[in-house]
Design a protein around this ligand. Sequence first.
Ligand SMILES: CC(C)=CCC/C(C)=C(\C)COP(=O)(O)OP(=O)(O)O
Length: 406
Amino acid sequence: MSVISDMRGAPPRDLRALLSGLGSSSLGTSGLGTSGLGTSGLGTSGLGTSGLGTSGLGTSGLGTSRPGPGSAGLGMSAARAFLGPLIEPPRDDQLFCPDAIRDDPVLGDRVDDQLVAWAKKVGIYPGRHDKLRSYGFGRFMMLAHPAVNDPDRLLMATKCLVAEWAADDYYVDEVELGADPAVVGSRLARLISVVDPAQMVPRYATDMDEYHRLQPISEAFRTAMEHLAAYASTAQLGRFQHQMAILFLAWTQEADWHVNRRTPPVWEYLVQRHLNSYLPPMILVDVLAGYELSAHEFYHPDVRRALTTAGNAAVLVNDLHSGPAESDTDFNLPRVLAVNENLSHREAMARTVEIHNELMHTFVGLATQLSTAGSPNMRRFLADIWAWLGGSRRWHATTGRYNHRS
Ligand SMILES: CC(C)=CCC/C(C)=C(\C)COP(=O)(O)OP(=O)(O)O
C-alpha cells in the first residue's frame, strides 16, 4: 500500500461546518442538469444567481461588495435542506482531500475525443495523440466540474489546461520533446505575447505573427483563449492572463535550477509551487458553471489567500502521483524533501502528505470564514473549488499519465 492510501483520518469538525455551507452548493448545481448550466444561450450573471436560488435566500446581491460580516445569506441548515447532503471525504486514506462528486465516463470520453481533434488541428503533441488521449484531460475537467454537463464548456476548460500542459512538457520539462532550460525564458516571454497580446508596430507585426503561426503551442493558447472568451467576462479573462504570467515566471525559476544544477531549499520549492500551482484551471470554476465571482471579491486578499492555499495543496497531489513518471532531473516535493532533509522516499512522501493536509486544513478554515461572511457567489465559488479538488484527486489516481498498466 502506498503512503497516500494506507492511513485513515476522520473529517474534522471545521470541515463539516464548511461542507454544510459550501460543498453542498455544487451538489445543488449539479442537480440542475444541462438545462440549468450547460447551455450557451444563458447569460453568465443571471445563471449563477438562479442556479443557487439566491433571491429566495435573502442575500446581499451578486457579490460586488467586499466580503464582510453581515452579508451572509444562506444559513447552514437552510443550505443543507436546500442543497442536499454533505459531501464526506473518503475515509480510506490519510490524504485530507475530498473525492470526485460525479464520474461520467461517457461525457469525459466525448470531451477527450474533441480535445484530441483540436490538438491535431493546432499541432500539439505530434505523434503522441494516443498518449494524449490516455491522459484523459477531458475526463479531468469532467471530474473537476461536476455541475457542468455541457461538453463545449468542458472542452473550453480542457483546451486551456492542455495548452498549459503542452507548454510545460515541450518548453520546460521534457528534454526529449525539445525542452531546453537555456531558452525557457525567451520562449515563455514570446508565448505571453499571445496570452496578453503584444502591441507591435505594423512593420514587425508580420514577423511576430509568422513566428507564432509556426509554434503549435502559440496556436494552442490562441485558440484555447478564443474559446474561453466565448464564456468568460473581461474580468474572468483578465484573471487567466494574470495567472499565466505568474505561471510562466515560475517556469523560468525552475529553468534556473536546471541550468545551475541546484536543488532548491524546501521553502523555495514551495514558493515555486505556489506560482506553478493548479490555480490556472481552478479559477475557471465560475466561468464553466456560468456565473461570475466579482473581481472585487476574487481579488480580495483573504479570498486570494484561500484560493492560493487550495491551488498549492492540489498541486502537491500532483507531486505525490507524478514522481514515478518524471525524469530524475525533474523537481517534486518528495524529491526536494529527500535531498534537503535526508529522508527516504517513503518518509518524503509521508512528509508531503502532511504538508498537503496542513494546507488543506488552512483552506478549510479560510473558506469557512469566507463562506460565512461572503456573498452567495463567494460561497458557490468555494464550493466549486472544493468539488474541483475532489475531481482532481480522482483524476490523478486514475489517469494514464501517472498510472501505467503493466
Ligand atoms: C494545467 C497546468 C499545467 C497547470 C499549471 C501547473 C502545472 C504546470 C502542473 C500541475 C503540472 O505540474 P508538473 O509539471 O509537475 O506535472 P507533470 O508531473 O509533468 O504532469
